[in-house]
Design a protein around this ligand. Sequence first.
Ligand code: BMA
Length: 328
Amino acid sequence: MSLIIHSDCIPNLPWQPKPAGCPDVVWRYDGNPITDRRPLPQATGIYNSAVVPFRGKFVGVFRTDYRDRMPHLHFGRSDDGLKWTFSPQEIAFQCDDEEVRRQEYGYDPRITRIGDTYYVTWCNGYHGPTIGIARTKDFETFEQLENAFLPYNRNGVLFPRKINGNYAMLSRPSDTGHTPFGDIFYSESPDLTYWGKHRHVMGKGMPWWQDKKIGAGPTPIETSEGWLLFYHGVVQTCNGYVYSTGAALLDLEQPWKVLYRTNKMILQPEAPYETTGYVPNVVFPVTALVDAPTGRIALYCGAADTVTAVAFCEAGELIDFIKANSTV
Ligand code: BMA
């Protein structure tokens, strides 16, 4: 397979080679976690967050849970993608329409660059969770746009280019609570305001690790083998939900068609910072930075709803693994 990745060159991508003898297709950064438990005085954790390369360094939008356990979105910056400083105040999104600006809470942001504009999508509290969208070019001012969908929805993730002439988004319709169900859907919009052409992409299901619900993770990565999508899969055990990570390849022009999908987890909660924290047993993929020429991927995951961790994989090896372990 001669794999082509349509993405950025990130020569300073955080990276560590796979440790000798590691049997897995994804391995963890040995300096994990990369955020502390109390990274700001008012915070009880920064996790499930979005990072992008910007002007030779890195910036991000970070889910920051306060001491009342309400989640807010904070800006952060880093020289190397690993050591972060966070703005003490939450992002002041701008919008003239009070209804659109209404944000009861914000969590699980993703950032997607389309052309010269960076779009933030997140789970926005508007009479229940829905998908908020904002755009920025400089990470100083953020313009909030219309919420994409009616409540209740989570895990809204934009594609990094238009598809069929429209903006395209994955999302996961849900409920007001901890949602004991959930499949991934695809929608298109000509203007980022009106969304339609909804298509079912893939459902929860067997094997057990993803049998309760699933949700899209980072912005899909365009490759010659299809859109590479990391996603989270949830199983309900006798002790509660367990969140792991899987991966799939979607058709490039009809992304609701799944070409391959792993039947095994590629990351499951097993490091101490994933199994212990505010919500034990959560490894939640939100950002995948890929260096196109080398195919190296740095995968940023929230761990145990408390800290942020990084894992690594190599696109070619991962795609081979997905194909070899697919039930589709
Ligand atoms: C989901 C979201 C995620 C969280 C997960 C595990 O419903 O709240 O942000 O990581 O639950 O608690």
